[in-house]
Design a protein around this ligand. Sequence first.
Ligand SMILES: [Zn+2]
Length: 560
Amino acid sequence: MRHLPTYFALAALAPAVLGAQMPADLVLVNGTIYTVDKTRPVVSALAVARGLILFAGSDADAKALANAATSVIDLHGATVVPGFTDAHAHLLGLGDMLRRVNLAGSSSYDEVIDRVKARAKDVKPGEWIRGRGWDQNRWPSKEFPTHDALSRAFPNNPVVLERVDGHAYLANAKAMEIARVSVSTADPEGGRIIRLASGAPSGVFVDNAQSLIDRAIPASTRDDTRKAIIAAIAECNRWGLTGIHDAGEDAATIGIFEELAKAGSYNLRNYVMLSDPGEPGSPAALGNPYLRRGPQSALYDGHLWIRAIKLYADGALGSRGAALLAPYADEPANSGLLLSRPEHIRAWADAALRSGFQVNVHAIGDRGNRVVLDAFESALRTAPKPDHRFRIEHAQVLSAEDIPRFAKLGVIPSMQPTHQTSDMGWAETRVGPQRIRGAYAWRSLLNTGVVIPSGTDFPVEEVNPLLTFHAAVTRQDPRNLPLGGWYPDQKMTRDEALQSRTIWPAYAGFQESVLGSLTTGKYADFVVLDRDIMRIPDTEILGTRVISTWIGGKRVYEAK
Ligand SMILES: [Zn+2]
């Protein structure tokens, strides 16, 4: 940023004496509290009143703010940090995933069936049962299963189980019957029905053949969606998340968020991005109630922000859909593809500079990123605006000359450290030894003066923010490999990694005056951890457990 993030100024304003008049509702003492507030970085006590931080400092001063009605908690030396925020995630995607039977890691087909049985005890006849995560490469035979055993176990319910990579289904007889798939069904283009010797479908449907089953699955009801959202929020709280930036939701889903938040049952601060609304001025965009309403901040006591638009420049690196400036190293005829025309991104940047929305564009490849930077640059040249905080989501592979453009233009790279640890086994094969230097290049970007809000893209990666913290400071997978880290010169420091899950997301969401640090006057959102993640050895970070999660001074999760 060319401008100092405003939290420096705000922290300086925090009046420690403000508490003298107001008794605390809650006091926590005897902790190691990392405030992410540079004026008072480590304290032992917090006082909370009406959902806000009243005071951060010494035990004695915090206790002085208590009266008979105050609840006082002894932290017994536990560590406290500001509530973690995931700067790029998909809440409904997580909720949908949680409602499916988890088959990940199952070591045989029998185990798959047992796990489905255990979860499906209460389903009514005819109800669809869905699962995900099987992988026949983990089974003794290593061959695709056939539906018989599954059909015998569930004669009255359609069952569809997604393979770990999402590229195949296993369906039982009931599901195939409802989907009207039979020996005479032809393979669709781009898809394959695995068949028995008789020609009958085996139950496994690959790629586009999955749509033959999909079309038979009833659409989620509004109540299903509501339940999925509530489950996802509880899952977030369990991992110490108090906020997320939701990377693209439709109006119907946001409507449910509002309903829950209005009722006080939305234990999350969600910075929501509207899914690509079509061309500015198109009937779809004009009909979008959230665009019509204009940018909204801190709705329902700071639970919803609806002031950003999510666009896509390109695809992903794993499937070679990310747009590159030169062909893939491992597929010389392919340079990936752009998912949006550059004019589409430019048009939204222009419209957003007028309306006050933020534009956040998914870009993975170096060409995808350049197209977005170019679009932002030309829009800003036409209508300069100092505090636009436009973002690129992922900013994964960058050409060396584009790295300084983020700071120059004030564009925020929103990145996912666990993508680096998940991709490091094959990323260099895709882009080769030169371009890999600009991939997952956190240090190169930080050195130019930008902030990097970080997240997971869950449910693509796991929710656990400590995996992000660990990856950011080690560039190692959860087994602490490779030794020394993958391209270790790009590591973040622990201070940076903590900021990238707290104050930097707050900045990227125009929330730094109310979120992101434990500073007087901000929301009392924090997490209690059983280990001091700022001091323990790298290899112990992932052993850390969340003891409790607090939003607005209210405990929303407590470990059993
Ligand atoms: Zn995403």
